[in-house]
Design a binder for this molecule. Structure first.
Ligand code: FAD
Length: 338
């Protein structure tokens, strides 16, 4: 019989499990039932049993201040101890930066195998895991005989577990830590409202090169463009994406939007984010860009060009209009609502 362990960890508050961890827990509940496997949950860095209220599983944790922050040596030792304590044959974990860093090493220590970027799971003859290769062009279904089998589940691919009962009993597992050479002295990160890439946002706002092109008056308006884009991000709590042309401009001595980097690029050579809705502005909607929108459920675009790519079946709604005017009006309406 398979023994399924879900590994989870805390968010920046240090007190609650991350949303991606709770999504992995939901996957654990579903597939332990489907496979007839036993279920255990391992927690690192939190005593968050209340978030697992009502779960029918053994709940394990590791105790000590060493586990409150991400660090390879302590995280790998904790994951290894939890997998051994649960005698797990299958291990689900969120594909967070914290776990993506340690899980291949943990799998190696336990003589197992690890799969990354898993977007879907299914029960066929045993567990089947789906992932994309070659920049989302080839989708593969993977099965393995090797145990323990570790699966890093992409965040945003399923609903999170919701507690609906009393907090479970928690067992503490002892961890033998190696000498810790890395001391975590603090975290330096941009403030939340300076962060333009927000994977959990309900809406993706994409800016294209049109924002920095000459407008009807023959002038460029980069400062106004910056204010309008940042205004929308703030008012709608949106995540910011870009076309390649816009992020490439900094190397071409053209007017640039200072907050935009290659990290924001969506498309074939950029990111493929997951958001319920997307709004494209001043972007032509060419195929190498739109291919990065495959996981955006509802797509709208604002472009001056009625023959742009969005008009050719790539958007649900295309507004043929001046994005400077439309976004200014939308921002004013959003601010009124706030
Ligand atoms: C191998 C390869 C890989 C690529 N990978 C990517 C990728 O990953 N991501 C990506 O984005 N691109 C990628 N590209 C480039 C892609 O083909 C396009 O060149 C790029 O997406 C164009 O960016 P854009 O639409 O912002 O700019 P443009 O083509 O310059 O379009 C600007 C648009 O803004 C509109 N506009 C201007 N002013 C306004 C206004 N006031 N209101 C409304 N609309 C306005 C114009 O009508 C125009 O449609 C790749 C290309 C190749 C060859």
């Amino acid at each position: 019989m398979e023994k399924l362990l879900v590994l989870t960890h805390v968010d920046e508050s240090g007190e609650a499990l991350t949303r991606a961890s709770l999504e992995a827990v939901a996957a654990g509940v579903e597939f332990s039932a489907a496979l007839g496997a036993t279920l255990a949950i391992g927690m690192i860095g939190a005593q968050a049993a209340a978030q697992l209220g009502g779960i029918n599983a053994r709940v394990l944790t590791v105790a000590g201040p060493e586990f409150s922050s991400a660090r390879y040596a302590s995280d790998a030792a904790a994951c290894e101890a939890l997998v051994r304590a649960a005698e797990a044959t299958l291990v689900f974990a969120p594909a967070s930066s914290r776990f993506a860093r340690v899980m291949p090493g943990v799998a190696h220590r336990l003589g197992g195998f690890v799969e990354t970027h898993i977007t879907a799971l299914a029960k066929g003859e045993g567990l089947e895991a789906t992932r994309w290769y070659y920049r989302q062009r080839v989708e593969a279904v993977v099965k393995r005989e090797t145990r323990p089998w570790f699966l890093l589940l992409e965040p945003g691919t399923r609903a999170a577990f919701v507690a609906d009962g009393a907090a479970p009993q928690v067992e503490t597992v002892a961890v033998t830590l190696p000498a810790l050479r890395t001391k975590v002295s603090g975290v330096r990160a941009p403030k939340q409202d300076e962060q333009t890439i927000r994977p959990d946002a309900k809406i993706l706002f994409v800016a294209g090169a049109g924002w920095t092109k000459k407008q009807a008056d023959g002038q460029v308006h980069p400062t106004e463009a910056e204010q309008l884009i940042l205004g929308f991000l703030k008012a709608a709590d949106a995540s910011l994406g870009s076309s390649k042309s816009l992020v490439d401009q900094s190397g071409e001595n053209q007017p640039v939007l200072k907050f935009m980097t290659h990290m924001n690029q969506i498309g074939q050579t950029g990111a493929t984010p997951r958001h319920p809705k997307g709004l494209s502005t001043c972007c032509h909607g060419e195929e190498p860009h739109v291919v990065g929108w495959r996981f955006i459920n509802e797509r709208r675009a604002i472009s001056l060009d009625p023959n742009c790519g969005w008009a050719r079946g790539k958007a649900d709604v295309l507004y043929v209009a001046d994005a400077f005017q439309v976004v200014a009006k939308v921002n004013a309406l959003l601010m009124e609502k706030k």
